[in-house]
Design a protein around this ligand. Sequence first.
Ligand code: COI
Length: 358
Amino acid sequence: MPTTDTLSIATQPVTTSRISELDFNNIEFGKIFSDHMLVADFKDGAWQNPEIMPYGNMSLSPATSAIHYGQAIFEGMKAYRSVDGDILLFRPYDNFRRLNISAERMCIPEIPEEIFMQGLEQLLRLDAAWVPPTPGSALYIRPFMFATDDFIGVRPSSNYRFAVFSCPVGAYYSSPVRVAIETTYVRSAEGGAGYAKAAGNYGASMLPTRKMQEKGYQQLIWTDHKEHKYIEESGTMNVMFVIDGVLVTPTVSSTILAGITRDSVLQVARDMGYTVEERRISVDEIVDAHKAGKLQEAFGTGTAATIAQIATINYNGHDMDLPAVEDREISNKVAAHLDMIKTGQAPDPYNWNYRINL
Ligand code: COI
């Protein structure tokens, strides 16, 4: 029998936790899911009946419109075990806001703050044991929304589902990545949905990424859709470079996702006294900086990896090898400090952490 808790979210706890299946010292990204999930449905013009239930399969009609026409969006966020044993959710309101920006672009009704935040808090209280205590690990949280009409006419669905599940994660990449600059395919174009965390953006990136992987590069660097001349993102992440001591990254735009890790890295770097520039970066500038020995660092930023160091950048068949990761001052210092903030070991002057007292 579901019970209703103080925040009016019906909760059906598992009878037996699966946590013993997890080896906290050897966590693979995205494979083992925590015991519970949050689910709410949009019907008759309103989000209703948020419920926490055991993580499990959902039954869907073959005509479910999200499967056919892609009204599907998601977020990625993390919770950390603080040094005093509480749980610290990192910047959840930013994920909430961005989910609704994506929702607006994909014609999905916005999720109310109380369902997102209270649901998240209650879900995490229930699955607190799944937040790994191991350094470098976290609980990755995946909120998502998708169209649920069983109707294959092309129009915005009338019904939607919002759900949140989570999985303990360790490092996303085990070593620095080799990337190649993409000059055929594009991730997004002005007027498109590149700024949204829409499932289709990821679906359309699979083929170009696989082609690059066949050439020996794990990820690609996306360039602009008009000329393939300006850097946009790297794989599923924002991308940053250190050129002659200055941290540079492309300005967010309608074609670039406004990364929360991106914003956090820039803020921390500025406050550490580094010069930060958000601007257009041409591929030629990267090539010239490398030739001149001024390309000191390159890395992706995203929730899953936080900072993913780039070892090599290929452009038009030529590999540009970057300095060893241990010699990269800015990304190493910023990553370490961000980690300290997220785990409560350094002050959080930005109010990024949302504490869940256990
Ligand atoms: C992230 O960097 O957090 C991402 O968006 C990757 C995720 C799709 C696994």
